[in-house]
Design a protein around this ligand. Structure first.
Ligand code: UD1
Ligand code: UDP
Length: 352
């Protein structure tokens, strides 16, 4: 039995930590769950704990929002104190957020082994804050839990071969579990009067799109031009960015901007969408597993296998390309299994 300090802080990490937490309990490990407070609105945090069967955090550091350095630095000091107090066998981190980097650095400085879920993902674009975070975390981790053979190769190309294990992707279990518990129709659709299958689902929150008013305006222009109804749960960062970009609000009745939705609603919205337009990492994979075509509003992706399989198309933030891709949408005939066999959480628990 191992003592594990898990550090989460942002929406996708709550989703990932749920199946792993269950597997850790089943394996008899002791998990101490730290929430950095990076995401704090109920719709960005509490709803996931309520819906996913996640144990409430053992401590919430309440760090909140801020510039990268201030936010990461505040987390670093606070996490260091927790690790010193709890003296875990492993510090478990997920993905590529500032919470991930702070926890990995704090653990590494204290000589505690870091286990990184989603190791080896690369966009090869160092302008992305996420890319800097994931590269640094992989270089201080002892246990590198990679979702795919490509991720293992990326690590090898950086000289990281010890402690690397291809385990698959824990999000596959999260989405499969949610899909079993869905209501017949997402309540959001009922409220908006939209029929299942008759709309596009959109999410946008990446810095490269939100912090560049020109890109954000180009994406919004595409959503205005498209005929299909659009359901767009808006990340708080994007809500603010839309105001900065001077977006005046929807100019057509079918363009619905709603508050961020809980995980069950989100999986339901993905399942019933004609297609998904997103710059999210997690949503690209979920779209694939749920069998919905995805248009990625970025110029690159870490999830290259979904593109190679024909289910994901990179459309950038180019109005004409987005509109044309929606018009010409095609659903490939086959969907090979990707990112493991749905047992990543149990494998991680066994490795720990
Ligand atoms: C973070 C991650 C990103 C991840 C995303 C998941 C980093 C550098 N980025 O981006 O990789 O894809 O989470 O959603 O760690 N805000 C609120 N309420 C909240 C949370 C945020 O209003 O509960 C607003 C604040 O204005 C804040 C802004 O959103 O400044 C950005 O939040 P932050 O956590 O810094 O980054 P995300 O864009 O959420
Ligand atoms: N998600 C959600 N509600 C939303 C938007 C996203 O539950 O309104 C879920 C989504 O299904 C996925 C995760 O949040 O499981 C992805 O988080 P996000 O897109 O914020 O971050 P990324 O994966 O890009 O880091």
């Amino acid at each position: 039995m191992a003592r594990i300090v898990t550090v989460v802080g942002a929406r996708p990490q709550f989703v990932k930590a749920a199946p792993v937490g269950r597997a850790l309990r089943q394996a008899g490990h002791h998990e101490y769950l730290v929430h950095t407070g990076q995401h704090y609105d109920d719709r960005m945090s509490a709803v996931f704990f309520d819906e996913l069967g996640l144990c409430p955090p053992d401590c919430n550091l309440g760090i909140g929002s801020g510039p990268h350095g201030a936010q990461t630095g505040a987390m670093l000091g606070a996490i260091e104190a927790v690790i010193q107090r709890e003296a875990p066998d492993h510090v478990l981190v997920y993905g590529d957020t500032n919470s991930t980097l702070a926890a990995a650095l704090a653990a590494a400085k204290l000589g505690r082994p870091v286990a990184h879920v989603e190791a080896g993902l690369r966009s090869f674009d160092r302008r992305m804050p996420e890319e800097v975070n994931r590269v640094l975390v992989d270089h201080v981790a002892q246990l590198l839990l990679a979702p795919s053979p490509a991720a293992v190769r990326n690590l090898a190309a950086e000289g990281i071969v010890r402690g690397v294990h291809e385990v698959g992707d824990v999000m596959a279990e999260a989405v499969a579990d949610a899909a079993r518990r869905l209501p017949a129709q997402p309540p959001v659709l009922r409220a908006l009067g939209i029929a299942p299958g008759a709309y596009l689902l959109v999410t946008v929150h990446r810095a490269e799109n939100t912090d560049d008013p020109q890109r954000l305006r180009a994406i919004m222009a595409a959503l205005e031009h498209i005929d299909d109804p659009v359901v767009f749960p808006v990340h708080p960062r994007t809500r603010k960015a839309l105001a900065v970009a001077g977006w005046a609000g929807p100019s057509r009745p079918g363009l619905h901007l709603v508050e961020p939705v809980g995980y069950l609603d989100m999986v339901g919205l993905q399942l019933h969408a004609r297609a998904i337009l997103t710059d999210s990492g997690g949503v690209q994979k979920e779209a694939y597993w749920l069998g919905r075509p995805c248009l990625t509003l970025r110029d690159n992706t870490e999830w290259v296998e979904t593109v190679a399989a024909g289910w994901n198309t990179l459309v950038g933030a180019d109005t004409e390309r987005i509109v044309a891709a929606v018009r010409d949408l095609q659903v490939p005939g086959s969907r090979p299994p990707l990112y493991g066999e749905g047992d990543a959480a149990a494998r991680i628990a066994a490795l720990l």
